[in-house]
Write a protein that binds this ligand. Structure first.
Ligand SMILES: [Ca+2]
Ligand SMILES: [Ca+2]
Length: 373
Protein backbone atom coordinates (compact mmCIF):
# COMPACT_ATOMS: atom_id res chain seq x y z
CA UNK A 1 0.00 0.00 0.00
CA UNK A 2 2.72 2.36 0.95
CA UNK A 3 4.49 1.62 -2.31
CA UNK A 4 1.34 2.34 -4.36
CA UNK A 5 0.88 5.62 -2.53
CA UNK A 6 4.39 6.71 -3.25
CA UNK A 7 4.01 5.87 -6.95
CA UNK A 8 0.84 7.96 -7.03
CA UNK A 9 2.66 10.78 -5.27
CA UNK A 10 5.52 10.62 -7.77
CA UNK A 11 3.07 10.58 -10.71
CA UNK A 12 1.18 13.53 -9.23
CA UNK A 13 4.43 15.43 -8.81
CA UNK A 14 5.32 14.66 -12.43
CA UNK A 15 1.97 15.77 -13.89
CA UNK A 16 1.20 18.75 -11.67
CA UNK A 17 2.57 21.84 -13.38
CA UNK A 18 5.22 23.64 -11.39
CA UNK A 19 5.60 27.26 -12.36
CA UNK A 20 7.82 28.30 -9.46
CA UNK A 21 10.48 30.24 -11.33
CA UNK A 22 8.42 31.46 -14.26
CA UNK A 23 7.44 35.08 -14.66
CA UNK A 24 5.14 37.04 -17.03
CA UNK A 25 6.85 37.36 -20.41
CA UNK A 26 4.52 39.77 -22.25
CA UNK A 27 4.23 43.46 -21.46
CA UNK A 28 2.21 46.33 -22.93
CA UNK A 29 4.14 47.87 -25.82
CA UNK A 30 5.73 44.62 -27.01
CA UNK A 31 5.78 44.27 -30.79
CA UNK A 32 2.60 42.39 -31.73
CA UNK A 33 0.82 41.88 -35.07
CA UNK A 34 -2.38 40.10 -36.08
CA UNK A 35 -2.14 37.16 -38.47
CA UNK A 36 -4.46 34.70 -40.16
CA UNK A 37 -2.90 31.53 -41.52
CA UNK A 38 -5.72 30.63 -43.93
CA UNK A 39 -7.13 34.05 -44.66
CA UNK A 40 -7.04 34.18 -48.46
CA UNK A 41 -10.58 35.22 -49.31
CA UNK A 42 -12.42 36.95 -52.11
CA UNK A 43 -14.46 40.07 -51.56
CA UNK A 44 -14.86 40.46 -55.30
CA UNK A 45 -18.01 42.05 -56.67
CA UNK A 46 -18.83 44.57 -59.37
CA UNK A 47 -21.85 46.55 -60.57
CA UNK A 48 -23.70 45.01 -63.51
CA UNK A 49 -22.82 47.92 -65.77
CA UNK A 50 -19.11 47.88 -64.78
CA UNK A 51 -18.22 44.24 -65.38
CA UNK A 52 -14.76 42.88 -66.33
CA UNK A 53 -15.46 42.73 -70.13
CA UNK A 54 -15.49 46.55 -70.05
CA UNK A 55 -11.69 46.34 -69.61
CA UNK A 56 -11.40 44.64 -73.01
CA UNK A 57 -13.73 46.73 -75.18
CA UNK A 58 -11.10 49.37 -76.11
CA UNK A 59 -13.52 52.10 -75.05
CA UNK A 60 -12.20 54.35 -72.27
CA UNK A 61 -15.77 55.43 -71.56
CA UNK A 62 -16.55 52.02 -70.04
CA UNK A 63 -14.75 50.62 -67.00
CA UNK A 64 -14.35 47.52 -64.85
CA UNK A 65 -14.87 48.34 -61.15
CA UNK A 66 -14.32 45.89 -58.28
CA UNK A 67 -15.62 46.62 -54.77
CA UNK A 68 -12.95 44.25 -53.40
CA UNK A 69 -10.42 47.08 -53.77
CA UNK A 70 -6.72 46.27 -53.24
CA UNK A 71 -6.07 42.68 -54.36
CA UNK A 72 -8.71 42.89 -57.10
CA UNK A 73 -7.96 41.89 -60.66
CA UNK A 74 -9.03 39.54 -63.40
CA UNK A 75 -8.34 36.26 -65.18
CA UNK A 76 -8.38 36.51 -68.96
CA UNK A 77 -8.04 33.78 -71.59
CA UNK A 78 -6.95 35.21 -74.97
CA UNK A 79 -8.27 33.41 -78.07
CA UNK A 80 -4.78 32.00 -78.77
CA UNK A 81 -1.84 31.04 -76.59
CA UNK A 82 0.00 34.33 -76.35
CA UNK A 83 3.20 35.97 -75.19
CA UNK A 84 2.80 39.04 -72.98
CA UNK A 85 5.91 41.21 -72.74
CA UNK A 86 4.21 44.49 -71.86
CA UNK A 87 0.85 45.93 -70.92
CA UNK A 88 -0.96 49.26 -70.94
CA UNK A 89 -3.77 50.39 -68.63
CA UNK A 90 -6.21 53.20 -69.43
CA UNK A 91 -7.58 55.25 -66.53
CA UNK A 92 -11.34 55.36 -65.94
CA UNK A 93 -13.73 58.28 -65.68
CA UNK A 94 -13.51 59.23 -62.00
CA UNK A 95 -11.84 58.76 -58.56
CA UNK A 96 -8.10 58.64 -59.28
CA UNK A 97 -7.55 56.84 -55.93
CA UNK A 98 -9.08 53.70 -57.44
CA UNK A 99 -6.34 53.44 -60.08
CA UNK A 100 -3.91 50.51 -59.69
CA UNK A 101 -0.49 51.42 -58.26
CA UNK A 102 1.15 47.96 -58.20
CA UNK A 103 0.58 44.83 -60.28
CA UNK A 104 1.31 41.13 -60.37
CA UNK A 105 0.96 39.09 -63.56
CA UNK A 106 0.60 35.30 -63.44
CA UNK A 107 0.34 32.76 -66.27
CA UNK A 108 -1.07 29.25 -66.59
CA UNK A 109 -1.75 26.63 -69.25
CA UNK A 110 -4.37 24.96 -67.03
CA UNK A 111 -8.00 25.06 -68.07
CA UNK A 112 -9.69 27.82 -66.04
CA UNK A 113 -11.92 26.39 -63.31
CA UNK A 114 -11.96 29.46 -61.06
CA UNK A 115 -15.40 31.02 -60.91
CA UNK A 116 -16.30 34.69 -61.25
CA UNK A 117 -15.73 36.75 -58.06
CA UNK A 118 -13.48 34.09 -56.49
CA UNK A 119 -9.84 34.31 -55.36
CA UNK A 120 -8.86 33.02 -58.81
CA UNK A 121 -6.56 30.42 -57.32
CA UNK A 122 -8.15 27.18 -58.57
CA UNK A 123 -5.39 26.80 -61.18
CA UNK A 124 -1.61 26.41 -60.88
CA UNK A 125 -0.32 29.93 -61.52
CA UNK A 126 3.26 31.00 -62.23
CA UNK A 127 4.18 34.52 -61.16
CA UNK A 128 5.58 36.04 -64.35
CA UNK A 129 6.54 39.48 -63.06
CA UNK A 130 5.36 42.26 -60.75
CA UNK A 131 6.02 45.94 -60.22
CA UNK A 132 4.61 49.44 -59.99
CA UNK A 133 2.65 51.39 -62.56
CA UNK A 134 2.59 55.21 -62.63
CA UNK A 135 -0.81 55.97 -64.13
CA UNK A 136 -1.61 59.56 -65.10
CA UNK A 137 -3.95 61.65 -62.96
CA UNK A 138 -5.85 62.51 -66.13
CA UNK A 139 -9.07 60.58 -66.64
CA UNK A 140 -9.74 58.47 -69.75
CA UNK A 141 -5.94 58.55 -70.26
CA UNK A 142 -3.74 55.83 -71.77
CA UNK A 143 -1.02 54.99 -69.24
CA UNK A 144 2.66 54.22 -69.86
CA UNK A 145 3.85 51.00 -71.50
CA UNK A 146 4.81 48.67 -68.62
CA UNK A 147 7.44 46.09 -69.65
CA UNK A 148 6.94 42.53 -68.34
CA UNK A 149 9.97 40.30 -67.92
CA UNK A 150 8.55 37.28 -69.72
CA UNK A 151 9.73 34.88 -72.44
CA UNK A 152 7.05 32.21 -71.99
CA UNK A 153 3.64 32.11 -73.69
CA UNK A 154 0.62 31.09 -71.61
CA UNK A 155 -2.97 30.24 -72.43
CA UNK A 156 -4.43 32.34 -69.56
CA UNK A 157 -3.31 35.27 -67.44
CA UNK A 158 -4.18 36.36 -63.94
CA UNK A 159 -3.60 40.04 -63.18
CA UNK A 160 -3.86 41.33 -59.59
CA UNK A 161 -3.54 44.90 -58.36
CA UNK A 162 -2.29 44.52 -54.73
CA UNK A 163 -2.16 48.28 -54.13
CA UNK A 164 -4.22 51.16 -55.47
CA UNK A 165 -3.49 54.88 -55.39
CA UNK A 166 -5.52 55.14 -52.18
CA UNK A 167 -9.21 54.28 -52.54
CA UNK A 168 -11.03 51.18 -51.33
CA UNK A 169 -12.41 50.30 -54.80
CA UNK A 170 -10.41 49.30 -57.88
CA UNK A 171 -11.18 50.51 -61.37
CA UNK A 172 -9.61 50.38 -64.81
CA UNK A 173 -11.11 51.52 -68.14
CA UNK A 174 -9.06 49.33 -70.50
CA UNK A 175 -6.23 46.79 -70.50
CA UNK A 176 -3.97 45.89 -73.42
CA UNK A 177 -1.43 43.01 -73.47
CA UNK A 178 1.38 43.22 -76.04
CA UNK A 179 3.93 40.67 -77.35
CA UNK A 180 6.92 43.07 -77.36
CA UNK A 181 8.40 44.93 -74.36
CA UNK A 182 7.86 48.36 -75.99
CA UNK A 183 4.10 47.95 -76.34
CA UNK A 184 4.24 47.22 -80.07
CA UNK A 185 2.62 44.32 -81.87
CA UNK A 186 -1.04 43.36 -81.85
CA UNK A 187 -3.04 43.57 -78.62
CA UNK A 188 -3.30 39.97 -77.42
CA UNK A 189 -6.71 40.65 -75.89
CA UNK A 190 -10.04 40.79 -77.72
CA UNK A 191 -13.40 42.12 -76.49
CA UNK A 192 -14.87 38.59 -76.68
CA UNK A 193 -12.14 36.87 -74.57
CA UNK A 194 -13.45 35.12 -71.43
CA UNK A 195 -12.65 37.33 -68.41
CA UNK A 196 -13.45 36.81 -64.70
CA UNK A 197 -13.41 39.23 -61.80
CA UNK A 198 -11.21 38.10 -58.90
CA UNK A 199 -10.06 39.39 -55.54
CA UNK A 200 -7.43 37.73 -53.40
CA UNK A 201 -6.90 39.45 -50.08
CA UNK A 202 -6.12 38.33 -46.55
CA UNK A 203 -9.19 38.31 -44.35
CA UNK A 204 -7.15 39.13 -41.27
CA UNK A 205 -8.72 42.37 -40.17
CA UNK A 206 -9.14 44.16 -36.89
CA UNK A 207 -11.51 47.06 -36.31
CA UNK A 208 -10.09 50.56 -36.55
CA UNK A 209 -9.27 52.75 -33.56
CA UNK A 210 -12.08 53.20 -31.10
CA UNK A 211 -13.42 56.40 -29.51
CA UNK A 212 -10.64 56.65 -26.92
CA UNK A 213 -7.87 56.12 -29.44
CA UNK A 214 -7.41 52.49 -28.44
CA UNK A 215 -8.56 49.81 -30.80
CA UNK A 216 -9.46 46.14 -31.10
CA UNK A 217 -6.15 45.48 -32.84
CA UNK A 218 -3.59 42.95 -31.58
CA UNK A 219 -1.95 45.43 -29.16
CA UNK A 220 -5.17 45.31 -27.11
CA UNK A 221 -4.40 41.66 -26.27
CA UNK A 222 -1.44 42.75 -24.13
CA UNK A 223 -2.50 46.21 -22.92
CA UNK A 224 -3.08 44.99 -19.39
CA UNK A 225 -6.80 45.79 -19.37
CA UNK A 226 -10.01 44.06 -20.41
CA UNK A 227 -11.39 47.46 -21.48
CA UNK A 228 -10.12 46.63 -24.97
CA UNK A 229 -9.96 43.28 -26.70
CA UNK A 230 -8.17 41.91 -29.74
CA UNK A 231 -10.63 40.87 -32.46
CA UNK A 232 -9.80 39.32 -35.82
CA UNK A 233 -12.41 38.79 -38.55
CA UNK A 234 -10.12 36.10 -39.96
CA UNK A 235 -11.78 33.90 -37.29
CA UNK A 236 -10.39 30.32 -37.38
CA UNK A 237 -6.62 30.03 -37.78
CA UNK A 238 -6.15 33.68 -36.87
CA UNK A 239 -3.92 34.77 -34.00
CA UNK A 240 -0.87 36.94 -33.41
CA UNK A 241 2.89 37.17 -33.59
CA UNK A 242 4.57 38.74 -30.56
CA UNK A 243 8.17 39.66 -29.83
CA UNK A 244 8.54 40.10 -26.05
CA UNK A 245 10.81 43.02 -25.22
CA UNK A 246 12.14 40.91 -22.30
CA UNK A 247 14.22 39.03 -24.90
CA UNK A 248 14.57 35.31 -25.64
CA UNK A 249 12.57 33.11 -23.29
CA UNK A 250 11.46 29.56 -22.59
CA UNK A 251 7.72 29.37 -21.92
CA UNK A 252 5.95 26.90 -19.64
CA UNK A 253 2.35 28.20 -19.58
CA UNK A 254 -0.10 30.86 -20.71
CA UNK A 255 -3.38 32.45 -19.67
CA UNK A 256 -6.15 34.05 -21.69
CA UNK A 257 -8.78 36.46 -20.39
CA UNK A 258 -12.11 36.33 -22.19
CA UNK A 259 -13.40 39.39 -24.02
CA UNK A 260 -16.49 41.48 -23.24
CA UNK A 261 -19.10 39.76 -25.40
CA UNK A 262 -19.95 36.99 -27.93
CA UNK A 263 -18.89 33.72 -26.22
CA UNK A 264 -18.93 31.98 -29.64
CA UNK A 265 -15.79 33.92 -30.66
CA UNK A 266 -13.62 32.50 -27.83
CA UNK A 267 -10.70 30.40 -29.12
CA UNK A 268 -10.62 26.66 -28.34
CA UNK A 269 -7.73 24.89 -30.10
CA UNK A 270 -4.41 26.72 -29.79
CA UNK A 271 -1.03 26.20 -31.42
CA UNK A 272 2.18 27.91 -30.38
CA UNK A 273 5.20 28.37 -32.63
CA UNK A 274 8.61 29.89 -31.92
CA UNK A 275 11.30 31.54 -34.02
CA UNK A 276 14.57 33.39 -33.63
CA UNK A 277 14.22 34.99 -37.07
CA UNK A 278 13.57 38.74 -37.28
CA UNK A 279 9.85 39.25 -37.92
CA UNK A 280 9.23 40.37 -41.49
CA UNK A 281 5.60 39.23 -41.77
CA UNK A 282 3.24 42.16 -42.17
CA UNK A 283 0.30 42.87 -39.89
CA UNK A 284 -2.83 41.12 -41.20
CA UNK A 285 -0.81 38.70 -43.33
CA UNK A 286 -0.54 34.92 -43.11
CA UNK A 287 2.43 35.36 -40.73
CA UNK A 288 4.53 32.82 -42.60
CA UNK A 289 7.56 34.84 -43.69
CA UNK A 290 9.74 33.41 -40.90
CA UNK A 291 10.90 29.85 -40.12
CA UNK A 292 8.56 28.71 -37.35
CA UNK A 293 8.95 25.68 -35.07
CA UNK A 294 5.78 24.19 -33.58
CA UNK A 295 6.32 24.16 -29.81
CA UNK A 296 3.04 22.91 -28.43
CA UNK A 297 -0.71 22.94 -28.84
CA UNK A 298 -3.91 21.88 -27.16
CA UNK A 299 -7.54 22.55 -26.38
CA UNK A 300 -8.78 25.28 -24.06
CA UNK A 301 -12.02 25.49 -22.11
CA UNK A 302 -12.25 29.23 -21.49
CA UNK A 303 -14.99 30.39 -19.13
CA UNK A 304 -18.25 31.57 -20.67
CA UNK A 305 -18.12 34.46 -18.19
CA UNK A 306 -17.00 37.66 -19.90
CA UNK A 307 -13.83 39.63 -19.02
CA UNK A 308 -12.76 36.61 -16.97
CA UNK A 309 -9.33 35.08 -16.51
CA UNK A 310 -9.20 31.52 -17.83
CA UNK A 311 -7.17 28.57 -16.52
CA UNK A 312 -3.39 28.48 -16.80
CA UNK A 313 -2.53 26.12 -19.66
CA UNK A 314 0.76 24.23 -19.78
CA UNK A 315 3.09 24.80 -22.74
CA UNK A 316 4.92 21.51 -22.96
CA UNK A 317 8.14 20.67 -24.71
CA UNK A 318 9.80 24.02 -25.31
CA UNK A 319 13.41 22.92 -25.42
CA UNK A 320 14.89 26.02 -27.01
CA UNK A 321 14.54 29.72 -26.17
CA UNK A 322 12.85 31.88 -28.80
CA UNK A 323 12.76 35.62 -29.46
CA UNK A 324 9.30 35.62 -31.05
CA UNK A 325 6.15 33.54 -30.79
CA UNK A 326 3.19 32.92 -33.07
CA UNK A 327 -0.05 31.79 -31.47
CA UNK A 328 -2.79 30.57 -33.81
CA UNK A 329 -6.32 29.56 -32.83
CA UNK A 330 -7.45 26.69 -35.00
CA UNK A 331 -11.04 26.84 -33.80
CA UNK A 332 -13.50 28.99 -31.86
CA UNK A 333 -16.39 27.91 -29.62
CA UNK A 334 -19.01 28.19 -32.41
CA UNK A 335 -17.53 28.97 -35.82
CA UNK A 336 -20.97 28.98 -37.43
CA UNK A 337 -22.36 31.64 -35.12
CA UNK A 338 -19.17 33.70 -34.80
CA UNK A 339 -17.89 36.22 -37.32
CA UNK A 340 -14.48 36.57 -35.70
CA UNK A 341 -12.02 35.40 -33.02
CA UNK A 342 -11.49 37.51 -29.93
CA UNK A 343 -9.55 37.56 -26.66
CA UNK A 344 -9.46 40.18 -23.92
CA UNK A 345 -5.87 39.55 -22.80
CA UNK A 346 -3.12 36.98 -23.19
CA UNK A 347 -0.11 36.40 -20.94
CA UNK A 348 2.79 34.01 -21.46
CA UNK A 349 4.78 32.71 -18.48
CA UNK A 350 8.31 31.38 -18.59
CA UNK A 351 11.96 31.97 -17.95
CA UNK A 352 13.83 34.74 -19.75
CA UNK A 353 17.08 33.43 -21.14
CA UNK A 354 20.06 34.69 -19.15
CA UNK A 355 22.01 34.92 -22.39
CA UNK A 356 25.58 35.14 -21.12
CA UNK A 357 25.12 32.67 -18.26
CA UNK A 358 23.57 30.22 -20.69
CA UNK A 359 26.39 30.63 -23.21
CA UNK A 360 28.98 30.08 -20.46
CA UNK A 361 27.05 27.02 -19.36
CA UNK A 362 26.98 25.65 -22.90
CA UNK A 363 30.73 26.25 -23.20
CA UNK A 364 31.42 24.35 -19.97
CA UNK A 365 29.20 21.52 -21.13
CA UNK A 366 31.04 21.31 -24.47
CA UNK A 367 34.41 21.20 -22.63
CA UNK A 368 33.11 18.48 -20.32
CA UNK A 369 31.88 16.42 -23.28
CA UNK A 370 35.22 16.80 -25.08
CA UNK A 371 37.11 15.65 -22.01
CA UNK A 372 34.88 12.64 -21.61
CA UNK A 373 35.20 11.69 -25.30
CA1 LIG B 1 -13.44 49.99 -71.45
CA1 LIG C 1 -7.00 44.10 -23.54
Amino acid sequence: MKRVLSVVAVLAAMTAPVFGASIPILAPGDFIIGVDADGMVSNSSYPGGEAPPNALDRDSGTKYLNFGGPGSGFIVTPSDISLVSSFVLTTANDAEGRDPATWELYGTDDAISSVDNSTGLAENWTLIDSGTVALPSDRFAVGPVVPVDNMAPYSSYRMVFPELKGASLMQVADVGFYPLPDGSGPDQLSPSDPILAIHAGWDSRSPAAGPTGLSEGPASAIDGTTDWKYLNFGEVNSGFIVTPSIGPSTLDSFEITTANDAVERDPVIWMLFGTNDPITSANNSDGAEENWTLISGGTMALPDERNTLGPRYVIANQSEAYTSYKMLFESVKDAGAANSMQIGEVQFYGIPEPATVCLLGLGALTLLRRRRA
